[in-house]
Ligand binder design. Sequence first.
Ligand code: UDP
Length: 322
Amino acid sequence: MRYLLTGGAGFVGSHLAEFLLGEGHEVFVIDDLSTGSIRNIEHLKPHSRFHYVIDTITNVPLTAELVDQVDIIYHLAASVGVRLIVESPVRTIETNIKGTEIVLELANKKKKRTVIFSTSEVYGKSADIPFREDGDLVLGPTTKGRWSYACSKAVDEFLALAYWKEKRLPTIVVRLFNTVGPRQTGRYGMVIPTFVRQALAGEPITVYGDGRQSRCFCHVMDVVPALARLALENDAVGKVFNIGSDQEVEILALAREVKRLAGSVSDIVLVPYDVAYAQGFEDMRRRVPDLSRISALIGFRPTRDLTSILESVIAHEARTRR
Ligand code: UDP
């Protein structure tokens, strides 16, 4: 099969590209390197079934040509990371909405199956744990920049589902929960690469708020095979799927675990949200996926626990910082 990965030089995209190549497929990547990195795909370049172009998906003739060449599209190109969202809200909203509009419109012309990447962020402040795909989305006010990310992704979801309902374009929506692993950058605020970098450098490990907020972290190598399976399932079309782990950890406990596994001398410090982000920043206390829909369809079950996730990130960071 031939796949197009928009945003294929990003963290998840580059792992997915690698996996699909390993399965014998042909992979085309388009990435403008706004948050992705050429280093993520450096090792794939020599591969005869790997093709990449550094450009933006808003280059419509180019994206159209790529869409024509493939069987399935994974639309990963997007602005990600809470820090980027808070600091560059215009870019986040425009990239996420315009990019998806272009990809879906082009895919629709040739009726190419398209997987749209959304996020657990869309559940917002919902307290209805675990989050089910058909549960309510509870977002904060438009004056708080963080929610623009969830909102832009929710619009992408509406659009993808509308293309299926109205135009019979086969679309699948995936909501990734905190996905982590080697090659994820801490530049946009993600907690595990940040803590690991701090621990290895002997710098203070910065826990925001009281550290009692929790997340569930899933290794990218558990996520990627699920993405490959799901795209081939006819029963996935027109539906939304949570993908992630349901093993919860509080952020303060996470910091302690990173420190222990890295053998670090770093102090763990609590940083108020107002200092970390901006005045009036809102965080979510808990975020746990209900995985019954995806496990019923493809038998999805994460295999790596937090310790093995952290070990793989620490090993990667230790290698690349030398
Ligand atoms: N966080 C933290 N210290 C950091 C970065 C993040 O305590 O240096 C916290 C953040 O406030 C949130 C959690 O870690 O509660 C996960 O943050 P991340 O940005 O990785 O993902 P999110 O789940 O918020 O999208």
